[in-house]
Design a protein around this ligand. Structure first.
Ligand code: S3P
Length: 442
């Protein structure tokens, strides 16, 4: 989807200051479009993430006959067609870079009367889909994949889905959600159990759209045959986008930032706890409910960080935050050890390998393990790194550049638009010195 090649240079800078609002939550924006499309009536979505991933999901529903209006930036009005009102798409459905889009849609499309095909960009085409194909097949779906369980996925319509009782073998909200969405169309009860609770947005949003569902951390249960009713969705700011600014202000001396109305769902805020254990000074102000989610303004001030052993139980609650954490660990005093995070190897890139390679180029000592790393904090140097086309790694290295001894050139940053449109402007507005489209030597 992203064709233009963009490289960045992040120059040492700071202190950082000001108040900012990061864009809407990616996970919630995907789900809001999906459930609003299947609901009866017109839903309003406020705070929708105008990122490439979530726009791809909206386009897919337009391709299946759903009218979606965008009266202004970050707003969508979705004219729901009901659970059985989607039309067969004329061509394959392009999920872009979005694993969430593809995996959730696989479950949802398994329940339709028509055949469909899901495809994605180069990165998504390398991501494992067996984790959704297996449970959905056990429910009665027929899904063909490319070799090795990779996209594209061909989903046969007209299946008679049956409910399932499934224990997740990997901690994955995407797999859980795919099964629950298929469960809307299945006969009988669908139950998903998880040893490590993951984000519960699908469960919460199904309840908000009026679908009877029972859920608690580690367990969700619903049955088919109900209806979704249109509602208003207010999307909070994405904690995963705020994370880069939490780390940036923590590591740049003299900094103080206020991040407004950040979503603080406990299944997302592992990094907050880990940064505090490392010595960070992050305070929550004006905690409140917004659209059924807890939000607060986060005030972060520079504080000296020290390395820790990241508790394994925190890993699912910070699964998207490891690029940011690795940067914080690089400037912390002592070693930070991460384990139990093998899932990082199958994200938008192999985040352990790509981060380790880039940090080594900046002179950071890091030992890779199959399921994590030990990062030995100290000074960060300038140099050339490659994001591997991974949005979060690009933003992580932009943060590293703030405290590096020289400029950090970051290759392949266009995919930042998948999750955080306007990152460079927002970052420069609070004190980064980030320039785009510089020639890279990597
Ligand atoms: C997501 C779940 C996580 C996360 C991803 C978004 C979601 O993926 O990494 O960015 O919205 O459900 P996994 O389910 O693969 O852990």
């Amino acid at each position: 989807m992203t064709t233009e090649r963009i490289d960045w240079i992040s120059h040492p800078a700071g202190p950082l200051g000001g108040e900012l609002t990061v864009p809407g939550d990616k996970s919630i924006s995907h789900r809001a479009i999906m459930l609003a499309a299947l609901a009866e009536g017109t839903s309003n979505i406020e705070g929708f993430l105008e990122g490439e991933d979530t726009r791809a999901t909206a386009r897919i529903f337009t391709d299946m006959g759903v009218r979606i209006e965008a009266p202004s930036a970050s707003r969508r009005v979705v004219h729901g067609v009901g659970l059985h009102g989607l039309h067969a798409p004329r061509a394959s459905l392009d999920c872009g870079n979005a694993g969430t889009g593809m995996r959730l849609l696989t479950g949802l499309l398994a329940g339709q009367a028509f055949d469909s095909t899901l495809s994605g960009d180069e990165s998504l085409s390398k991501r494992p889909m067996r984790r959704v194909i297996e449970p959905l097949s056990a429910m009665g779906a027929t899904i063909e994949s490319g070799a090795g369980g990779l996209p594209p996925l061909h989903i046969r319509g007209g299946a008679n889905l049956r409910g399932i009782d499934y224990e997740l073998p990997v901690a994955s909200a995407q797999v859980k959600s795919a099964i629950l969405l298929a469960g809307l169309y299945a006969s009988g009860e669908t139950e998903v159990r998880e040893a490590h609770p993951t984000r519960d947005y699908t469960e919460r949003m199904l309840a908000a759209f009026g679908w009877p569902i029972a859920f608690e951390p580690g367990r969700a249960r619903l049955s088919g045959g109900h209806r979704l009713r249109a509602t208003e969705v207010v999307v909070p700011s994405d904690f995963s986008s705020a994370a880069f600014f939490l780390v940036a202000a923590s590591i740049v001396p003299g900094s103080r930032l206020l991040l407004r109305a950040v979503g603080l769902n406990p299944r997302r805020t592992g990094l907050l706890q880990v940064l505090r254990l490392m010595g960070a000074d992050i305070r929550e102000h004006a905690a409140r409910e917004q659209g059924g989610e807890r939000v607060a303004d986060l005030e972060v001030r520079h504080a000296p960080l020290h390395g820790i052993d990241v508790p394994v139980d925190f890993v699912p609650d910070m699964i998207d935050e490891f690029p940011a954490l690795f940067v914080a660990a690089s400037v912390a005093q002592g070693a930070t050890r991460v384990s139990g995070a093998a899932e990082l190897r199958v994200k938008e890139s192999d985040r352990i390998a790509v981060m380790a390679q880039g940090l080594r180029r900046l002179g950071v000592a890091i030992d890779e393990t199959p399921d994590g790393a030990a990062i030995h904090g100290g000074a960060v140097g300038g140099g050339d790194v490659d994001s591997g086309g991974d949005h979060r790694i690009a933003m992580g290295f932009a943060v590293a550049g703030l405290v590096a001894r020289g400029a950090v050139r970051i290759a392949d940053c266009a995919n930042v638009a998948t999750s955080f449109p306007g990152f460079t402007e927002l970052a420069n507005g609070c004190g980064f010195a980030l320039t785009a489209n510089a020639p890279s030597t990597t």
